[in-house]
Write a protein that binds this ligand. Structure first.
Ligand code: ADP
Ligand code: MG
Length: 253
C-alpha cells in the first residue's frame, strides 16, 4: 500500500458473548505507514477487537474493510492470505527447536505433530525458501546472531521479536501485535520499540494492542482508547494523555 492510503477501516464492530457485550460498535481507521495503538485497561475488549479484525472470532455485527474489501466473515487463514499478519498475547513456539526453525515453520506451529507432518510434506525447494525468508526477517530485526539458539533458551524480549520475525515472513500489508511489551524489562521494551520504529520507517503499517501507556506514547501516530467494550476516544498521543476521561479509566480518579 502507498503511504497514507486507507489500509484498515473498522466500522461499528460488535461482539457479544451471551449477555456480555465485549466489543460495542467500535470504529477506527488506520492508514499505510502509521502505527496505531489500541489502548485500554484489562477487560476493555482489545484482544476481542483484534480477533474480530483477524477473523479468529466471528462478528456479531459490523464491517472490517481491509485494503478496500470487507473481510468480515472470512476465515483467519483467508484474511492472513490477503496480507494481515499477527502475533498472539502469549508466545507460541516450540522451545526445543531453534529460533530459525520456529520462524521458518511459523505457519505450522499449532502442534509439534503438525510441524513434523509439515516437514515431511515440504519439498526441498519450499523448505529452502521458508528458511531463507526466515533468515532474512531475523536479520532485518537484528536477531541474526540468535538464529541457531533454542527458542526456549531466549529471554521473553527476544522471544517476542522472534514472533514478529515470523509474522513478517508473509510480507504483510498490516502487522497486528497483541501486547508485545507485556512482561518485558525496560531494556527489552526499548529494543522492541526500536524495531517497531524501524519497521514503520520501512513503510510497514502496524496495529498495536497495549495496556502499557508509557510504551505506546513515544511510539505511535494515533491512539484509540477502549473501556468496557466501547471506544472512549481516539487521537494523537498528546491528546489522549491530556484527556481526563482516559486518566479516569486508567487511574480510576
Ligand atoms: P482485553 O484484551 O482488553 O483485556 P478482552 O477482549 O480479552 O479484553 O475481553 C473483553 C471482555 O470479554 C472481558 O470481559 C472478557 O472476560 C470477555 N471475553 C473475552 N473472550 C471471551 C469469550 N471467549 N467468552 C466469553 N467472554 C469473553
Ligand atoms: Mg488482551
Amino acid at each position: 500500500p502507498q503511504r497514507g492510503e486507507l489500509v484498515l477501516d473498522v466500522q461499528k464492530v460488535r461482539k457479544q458473548f451471551g449477555g456480555l457485550v465485549a466489543v460495542n460498535d467500535v470504529s477506527f481507521t488506520l492508514r499505510a505507514g502509521d502505527i496505531m495503538g489500541l489502548l485500554g485497561p484489562n477487560g476493555a475488549g482489545k484482544s476481542t477487537t483484534f480477533n474480530l479484525i483477524t477473523g479468529v472470532l466471528g462478528l456479531t455485527s459490523g464491517q472490517v474493510v481491509f485494503r478496500g474489501q470487507n473481510v468480515a466473515g472470512l476465515s483467519s487463514r483467508e484474511i492472513a492470505r490477503r496480507g494481515m499478519s499477527r502475533t498472539f498475547q502469549h508466545v507460541k513456539m516450540i522451545p526445543e527447536m531453534t529460533v530459525l526453525e520456529n520462524v521458518a515453520l511459523g505457519g505450522y506451529l499449532r502442534s509439534s505433530a503438525g510441524v513434523t507432518r509439515a516437514m515431511l510434506r515440504l519439498d526441498r525447494e519450499e523448505e529452502k525458501r521458508l528458511f531463507a525468508e526466515a533468515e532474512r526477517q531475523l536479520a532485518r530485526i537484528g536477531m541474526a546472531l540468535q538464529m541457531n539458539e533454542l527458542a526456549g533458551n531466549l529471554a521473553l524480549g527476544p522471544q517476542r521479536l522472534m514472533e514478529i520475525a515470523r509474522a513478517l515472513c508473509t510480507d504483510p500489508a498490516l502487522l497486528l501485535l497483541d501486547e508485545p511489551a507485556a512482561g518485558l524489562r525496560l531494556k527489552e521494551k526499548q529494543a522492541l520499540a526500536d524495531v517497531l520504529r524501524q519497521l514503520k520507517a520501512e513503510g510497514l503499517t502496524i496495529l498495536l494492542v497495549e495496556h502499557d501507556m508509557d510504551f505506546v506514547m513515544g511510539l505511535v501516530d494515533h491512539i484509540t482508547v477502549m473501556e468496557f467494550g466501547t471506544k472512549l476516544m481516539s487521537g494523537t498521543p498528546a491528546e489522549v494523555q491530556a484527556s481526563p476521561e482516559v486518566r479516569a479509566a486508567y487511574l480510576g480518579t
